[in-house]
Design a protein around this ligand. Structure first.
Ligand SMILES: NC(=O)c1ccc[n+]([C@@H]2O[C@H](COP(=O)([O-])OP(=O)(O)OC[C@H]3O[C@@H](n4cnc5c(N)ncnc54)[C@H](O)[C@@H]3O)[C@@H](O)[C@H]2O)c1
Length: 274
């Protein structure tokens, strides 16, 4: 049998994917998975806290009660909703299947991190954290033993930050204002939906306690930026992305999340960048 003939007969397992959160990112990721019939991935359920978000989906895709997820036999569940999902469902999901969560601020809770690790060891499942809005996470991770200092500087318009939740009146902000300046561990519970990039940078690099976070807002800005500055002996990393922002999400993030889903779940043929 020739190599080609053999590959034509290779059975490819389809990766069954469950999505939690059908907002800006979740809906785009769903469309992107469905747009490529050769990627070897199939969305088997979609859950959202707000039932109205699922109204236009085929009835067999909309999962009203997340407690029923296992009946759909997913190989991977992707959270694109809120860090509460990991707090409430992370370990239950990992008793059955693999889990990728994009609301990475959940990891700033050291007890939560430990519980997630424990359950994966017990049940042989895996957790995935995407690079999401972070440019250069590979460089942080691959040199994580080398960095002595890592700084994250995030700049956003205040309307794209959950100021009220943090006890700040957004209308009182009339110029440039620093909302947080300190270790990354501390910023995550204050702005859980706004600083996932800080959490990913900390986890990839030198941890939540040693990474330094700065959050600055200014109503005159119409774009968001995240800059990383990491230094170690004989090495320096500087990277910054400036982009449009809608709600809590930068313009490039939905495609980035899809890219990570397909890195994990795609079983299709072709040339794959890693
Ligand atoms: N990792 C990253 O780089 C990155 C970047 C941007 C946003 N995020 C995070 O991704 C998540 C989604 O962002 P988005 O722009 O799509 O938000 P969005 O507000 O457009 O959509 C979120 C959806 O999740 C649903 N939801 C909220 N809490 C839920 C819960 N407990 N259970 C089930 N569904 C719930 C909402 O009803 C909504 O439909 C947010 O938590 C955001 O902070 C991560």
């Amino acid at each position: 049998m020739t190599t080609l003939a053999r590959s034509n007969t290779m059975a490819q397992k389809t990766t069954r994917i469950g999505l939690i959160g059908y907002g800006q990112i979740g809906a785009t990721v769903h469309q992107m998975i469905d747009a490529d019939p050769d990627n070897g991935m199939e969305v088997v359920f979609i859950h959202d806290l707000e039932a109205s978000r699922l109204a236009d989906l085929p009835a067999d895709l909309a999962l009203a009660d997340l407690a029923d997820f296992a009946a759909k036999e997913p190989d991977l569940i992707v959270e694109m909703a809120h860090p509460d999902v990991t707090r409430q469902w992370g370990t239950t999901i990992l008793e059955k299947t693999n889990y990728m969560f994009i609301s990475v601020t959940a990891l700033a809770d050291a007890g939560m991190e430990e519980k997630l690790k424990e359950v994966t060891h017990k049940y042989g499942t895996r957790v995935f954290i995407p690079h999401g809005g972070v440019v250069g996470m590979d460089a942080l991770l691959e040199n994580r033993e080398v960095w002595e200092e890592v700084q994250v500087i995030m700049k956003k318009p205040p309307k794209n930050v959950d100021c009220e939740r943090a006890g700040i009146d957004p209308d009182s902000i009339t110029g440039e204002k620093v909302l947080y300046d300190g270790p990354t561990r501390g910023i995550c519970p204050i702005f859980p939906r706004n600083v996932n990039t800080h959490a990913s940078i900390a986890y990839a690099g030198i941890g939540f306690d040693r990474t330094h976070s700065l959050l600055v807002v200014n109503p005159e800005w119409d774009k968001a930026s995240v800059a990383i500055h990491a230094t170690g002996p004989g090495i320096e990393l500087k990277v910054e992305r400036v982009e449009g922002i809608t709600g809590v999400t930068g313009a490039s993030t939905p495609a980035s999340i899809y890219n990570t889903v397909q890195m994990i779940g795609s079983t299709g043929p072709g040339i794959h960048l890693r």
